[in-house]
Structures are given as structure tokens and as C-alpha cells.
Write a protein that binds this ligand. Structure first.
Ligand SMILES: *Cc1c(COP(=O)(O)O)cnc(C)c1O
Length: 324
């Protein structure tokens, strides 16, 4: 995995807005890692699968919603690496399954819909009955946000450093649970800062969670002496998780894709680049600052957004056109 992580492209982004502020932005293309198993979810699953295998499990289970990037990646990983998979989906079974669910089913995932009251922490009785119905499984928390998940992102941070050999200042990424932020920060050497752009409105104790996770990774050895090298950036969530986007943000999205040729997902990476644009305009970074943005993937989720927005006149990108 280390070697694979070091082959991910670091594209220089040709984005006039950032250039006008004298900022240098590279994008780490973890979205392009693999057609099915990409983005930060690949890294989060890696050590989870290793642990499941070491413990002798043959089935993996986890939680997610209708367009979950995590369940999508889990289904792909199960198929590729020989595990049965069980998706525990939030809410009632809909009349028609989402395209994400259909992909997951095609790759062999069984879907079990959980009442919202039991999600994502089903009670013991429900867990017992799930194991009776589906057989035993290795349970991965929602979003792959456990310690094994974070360890995968440490590898990403280390790979980035190895590729750039110190030739950057700050690393920006979108944050949901903050696991990726903690992991990447723990993988960077002293003096490099990771900025996590929170996609959630009212992030609660997210900072405390990131801190706990980051320290826990450090406790493995080399990082414990460090000053905190991560920051949580709030105010760029655009209304919160899966909310309707204001029209000016849609324009930003469309312009960004046309200018840079880089495709974004509406839930995570759009907010990252939106936040970067806002900070650049506010003069947050000195000219000459060398930034790296991690494209954490999630592009399968665009389908959900486009399906929900019948009136949405989003310009198709060249790669969409090719696919017809
Ligand atoms: C899950 C996800 C994230 C958030 O990762 P966390 O580790 O939960 O902060 C960011 N970007 C994309 C595309 C994701 O799918």
C-alpha cells in the first residue's frame, strides 16, 4: 500500500483564482486511484481488511446512507479481496434503490435497512439477530472511522511527504468524522500543517475527536512529542451534510470544473475547494504558500445529487460526454 500511495498523481492545478493570489496549489488525485475503490475510503479500509483477515473473518459489515462512499468502497473491496459484505443502511428500504445501492448489490453486498432509532449504533438484540440472519461479521464503524482506518491515512500523509520531499507547506482536505485529518496530520513531518475543512454544520466535539485520534496514532511511537499540526476549518460546510446548495455555489462549482478540468463531489470536495477559495480571497495565506489539496474521491455521489436535482442544469464535463 505504501508503494501504491506513492504513485498517486500530484497535479498542479491551473486555477486562475488561486494564481491571482500568488498561491501554488497541487492536487493529490486519490480520486483516481481506482475506478471502484478510490479516495480516502481505500486507505480507511486497508488495515480494517487486514485485521478482519487476521481474525479469521469472512464477512465485513458497516453502516451508511443511500449514497455512502464508504459502503460503495466496502462492497468493491469485499468483491476484490474475497469477503462477503453486509451494508447496514440508514432508514427504510426505498421503493427504488439508489445507484450506489445497486452497484453495491452487483458487487455482492447484502443490504439490510436499519430503523433510524437504531442507527448507527444498533442495540445488542439487533446485532444478535443480524448475526443470526447473516452469519458472523467483522464490524467497521460508519465511515471507516476507527483506529485501523486512521492508520491507512497515516500512510497517505507519509507518501505525500515522500513524493514532495518537503516541497509544500500545508495540506488541505475535506473532513467528515475527522479520521482522515488526524491520520494525514500524523503522517506528516514536523512543520507541515494539515487543514481539515469540515463538511458538517455544528461540528460538536469533532475537534476533540480529531485530537484523540491524532494522539492515539502518535502513541504508536514517533509523534508523541509533536505540537498539534492540524487545524479544523469551519464555516465552509454550505449548510451541512447533503443540503441543497445555494445558486452561487453551483456557479462556483461549474466555473471551477470548467476552468480546472477537475471534477468534484457535492458533499465533500466541493466544500474543500470552496473553502480554499474563500481563504485565498481573505488573504489567509501569504503569496508563495505551497498548498496541496487531497482529492478524497466521492465522485460516485454526484449521481445522487444530479438525480435529486431535476431542474439542475449542471454543465457536463468532457468525461461525462464521452460516457454518453
Ligand atoms: C468519507 C469522505 C471524507 C471524510 O473523511 P473523514 O475521515 O470522515 O473525515 C472526505 N471526502 C470524501 C470524498 C469522503 O468520501
Amino acid at each position: 500500500m505504501q508503494r501504491r500511495a506513492e504513485t498517486v498523481a500530484l497535479d498542479t492545478l491551473d486555477w486562475p483564482l488561486l494564481r491571482s493570489f500568488g498561491l501554488d496549489l497541487r492536487v493529490r488525485r486519490d480520486d483516481a486511484l481506482d475506478p471502484q475503490l478510490s479516495g480516502n475510503k481505500f486507505y480507511k479500509l486497508f488495515f480494517n481488511l487486514a485485521e478482519a483477515r487476521a481474525l479469521g473473518h469472512r464477512q465485513l459489515a458497516s453502516f451508511g446512507g443511500a449514497w455512502s462512499n464508504h459502503l460503495h468502497a466496502l462492497a468493491a473491496a469485499g468483491k476484490r479481496y474475497g469477503f462477503a459484505t453486509l451494508g447496514l443502511v440508514r432508514g427504510e428500504r426505498p421503493a427504488t434503490l439508489s445507484e450506489m445501492h445497486r452497484d453495491a448489490q452487483d458487487w455482492g453486498m447484502k443490504l439490510h435497512f436499519l430503523p433510524r432509532s437504531q442507527y448507527p449504533l444498533p442495540g445488542d438484540d439487533l446485532m444478535q439477530s443480524l448475526r443470526e440472519s447473516y452469519g458472523d461479521f467483522y464490524l467497521i464503524p460508519e465511515g471507516g472511522s476507527n483506529r485501523a482506518g486512521a492508520r491507512g491515512l497515516v500512510v497517505l500523509g507519509q507518501a505525500l511527504e515522500a513524493q514532495l520531499a518537503g516541497d509544500y507547506d500545508q495540506v488541505c482536505l475535506a473532513s467528515g468524522t475527522g479520521t482522515s485529518l488526524a491520520g494525514v496530520a500524523a503522517g506528516l513531518p514536523p512543520g507541515k500543517l494539515a487543514l481539515g475543512f469540515s463538511v458538517l454544520k455544528g461540528e460538536g466535539d469533532l475537534g476533540r475527536q480529531v485530537d484523540r485520534c491524532w494522539r492515539d496514532l502518535g502513541a504508536m511511537g514517533e509523534h508523541h512529542h509533536r505540537l498539534t499540526n492540524w487545524r479544523l476549518m469551519s464555516g465552509y460546510h454550505l449548510g451541512g451534510y447533503g443540503r441543497k446548495l445555494p445558486i452561487f455555489v453551483r456557479h462556483f462549482w461549474q466555473d471551477f470544473e470548467q476552468q480546472t478540468g477537475l471534477r468534484l463531489d457535492p458533499v465533500y470536495t466541493l466544500k474543500l475547494f470552496w473553502g480554499i477559495a474563500q481563504l485565498a480571497q481573505q488573504g489567509y495565506w501569504r503569496p508563495g504558500t505551497r498548498l496541496v489539496a487531497i482529492h478524497t474521491g466521492g465522485l460516485q455521489g454526484r449521481r445522487g445529487f444530479l438525480a435529486d436535482e431535476k431542474a439542475w442544469t449542471f454543465g457536463k464535463s468532457p468525461s461525462d460526454k464521452r460516457k454518453g
